[in-house]
Design a protein. Structure first.
Lengths: 115, 113
């Protein structure tokens, strides 16, 4: 399977705990994006990477959120001290930057439930 | 900031009828307008896109139109089939380095057999 993969698919945690999500993009894609999607809403942009460089972060991304892409391949999104409002689907997408087509290839998401 | 409005939020049609979803955007710099389809439990998948130098694009039963002056764009699905039932998102992006894409809130389409 050469699509975008995300792990874990589901995470249930208690308020105050830290969680980390992993995204493996399509191998030749150098752009990687994180989006958050809540029920009945469209994906909201959080941040994106060009190779290992984090080039833009949304105002939605509070200090409790941090994303990394250390070697320009997989990425992690960590949420510290989770709150109930963090419950959402976290979507990762990649795109072939050089081709600059704009198309995003999404993974199936990591669903977070904060109790 | 950038904003994409999408209407209607829910649309129910009879199989074989047409479905139209409309969107407006706020950022004049936007030059790329994709449409994504999301099925239950899956990530969104691109179904068609249009760029600002084109007014209309068609791919089999799907067509998109763009009015840059009015900042409107629309998705038209003809001869709808039950498998078209899903959530559809319009989006707007600008080629300013990373093609940051802003999504509408989505339209849940039901096609009744």
């Amino acid at each position: 399977d050469t699509g975008v993969s995300q792990d874990p698919r589901h995470k249930i945690t208690k308020r105050g705990q830290n969680v980390t999500f992993r995204c493996d993009p399509i191998s030749e894609h150098n752009r990687l994006y994180w989006y958050r999607q809540t029920l009945g809403q469209g994906p909201e942009f959080l941040t994106y990477f060009q190779n290992e460089a984090q080039l833009e972060k949304s105002r939605l991304l509070s200090d409790r959120f941090s994303a990394e892409r250390p070697k320009g391949s997989f990425s992690t999104l960590e949420i510290q001290r989770t709150e109930q409002g963090d419950s959402a689907m976290y979507l990762c997408a990649s795109s072939p930057g050089q081709a600059n087509t704009g198309e995003l290839f999404f993974g199936e998401g990591s669903r977070l439930t904060v109790l | 900031g950038e904003n994409v409005e999408q209407h209607p939020s829910t649309l129910s049609v009879q199989e074989g009828d047409s479905a139209v979803i409309k969107c407006t955007y706020s950022d004049s710099a936007s030059n790329y307008f994709p449409w994504y389809k999301q099925e239950l439990g899956k990530g969104p998948q691109l179904i068609i896109d249009i760029r600002s130098n084109v007014g209309e694009k068609k791919d089999q039963r799907i067509a998109v139109t763009l009015n840059k002056t009015a900042k409107h764009f629309s998705l038209h699905i003809t001869e709808t089939q039950p498998e078209d039932s899903a959530v559809y998102f319009c989006a707007a992006g600008a080629n300013t380095g990373g093609f940051k894409t802003i999504f509408g809130a989505g339209t849940r389409l039901f096609v009744k057999a």
